[in-house]
Design a protein around this ligand. Structure first.
Ligand code: NAP
Length: 299
């Protein structure tokens, strides 16, 4: 039996970022300023520092003005609120996000509501959540948007397909289920979570399986139908003394799934790079809408 086709998220993201770079050059000439993204980083979480630096670099390469507002962990919710309102009002900024997690004592739900929905490039404001649920154009969370793009790129048939999404978070699982069941995508979606009974049997039904449970190597080969498409959203750093860095990244999917699946997105090099590409795309979409231009893209 043949092994799964590996979905090269890194390569696809690179292609999309280059295309976006050309579009940004045109837009900048047309409007007289580049699209701009501000990321608010509160505290010193090491993983967040890396993510934010990657976002900054990606913006720079695409010609997007990327700015990071670094605030100490001791910053109060009131101060963060004031900064968000200030950036909401700044006409030269198109996209705004607060890097998660935020320090204890700050309610992420409140943060989501403070951001202007038109600048909400993470797609987490209740207005954008509602627009997606209603099948109307808004800003869609980057990770599920990237997953959909991977399916499209490989011409994976979604209409009438059975899709199973493992995980019901606001940032991955729920919007993924909404996108897959949207008109035009037309999958029949099951949204599973930690209280779902007999996950293996549910997953075995899937033509398309999106694993976003946040549990290392949860999805076993015998959970997957032969030939199914499996997108692995999970990212986990596990100790590995044999690895040059002493640790390596694994996903929510066991490596043995490669023997069974038709298509498989790897970790690393799969969904992760697509998420950053979609963040850039959402920033350009927000810019175009704010400037009254044709947005293009998926959102
Ligand atoms: P999350 O907020 O922790 O949500 C996890 C979801 O999975 C919850 O709905 C939870 O169910 C469910 N779950 C937990 N254990 C389960 C189990 N044993 N069986 C079935 N469902 C289970 O996580 P998230 O933010 O969505 O992230 C999920 C994973 O994706 C993490 O590894 C994260 O690092 C990764 N991630 C990657 C990217 C990327 O760009 N590649 C982006 C975002 C997240 P309950 O609701 O019942 O608790």
């Amino acid at each position: 039996m043949s092994e799964a086709v590996i979905i090269d998220g890194k390569g696809l993201a690179q292609e999309l970022r280059e295309e976006l770079g050309h579009r940004v050059t045109e837009l900048r000439a047309q409007v007289g300023r580049p699209p701009a993204l501000t990321v608010i980083l509160v505290g010193e979480d090491p993983a967040s520092q890396v993510y934010v630096r990657n976002k900054e670099r990606a913006c720079e390469k695409a010609g997007i003005r990327g700015e990071v507002l670094r605030l100490p962990a001791s910053t109060s919710a009131g101060e963060i609120h004031r900064e968000i309102l200030r950036i909401n009002e700044d006409p030269s900024v198109d996209g705004l996000l607060v890097q998660l997690p935020v320090p204890d004592g700050i309610d992420p739900a409140a943060l989501r509501e403070w951001i202007d929905p038109a600048k909400d490039v993470d797609g987490l404001h209740p207005r954008n959540v509602g627009l997606l649920a209603s099948g109307m154009p808004g800003l869609v969370p980057c990770t599920p948007l990237g997953c959909l793009r991977m399916l499209r790129h490989h011409h994976v048939a979604t209409a009438g397909a059975r899709a199973v999404v493992l995980g019901r978070s606001l940032i991955v699982g729920r919007p993924m289920a909404a996108l897959l069941s949207a008109k035009g995508v037309d999958a029949t979606v099951t949204l599973a979570h930690s209280r779902s009974r007999d996950l293996a049997a549910i997953c075995r039904q899937a033509d398309i399986l999106v694993a976003a449970a946040g549990v290392p190597q949860l999805v076993q080969p015998d959970w997957v139908r032969r030939g199914a498409t499996v997108l692995d959203v999970g990212i986990h750093r596990v100790d590995d003394p044999t690895h040059p860095k002493g640790a390596r990244l694994v996903g929510d999917v066991d490596p043995g799934v490669r023997e069974v699946a038709g298509y498989l997105s790897p970790v690393p090099g799969g969904v992760g790079p697509m998420t950053i590409a979609m963040l850039l795309e959402n920033t350009v979409t927000a810019f175009c809408r704010r400037e009254g231009l044709e947005a293009g893209g998926e959102s």
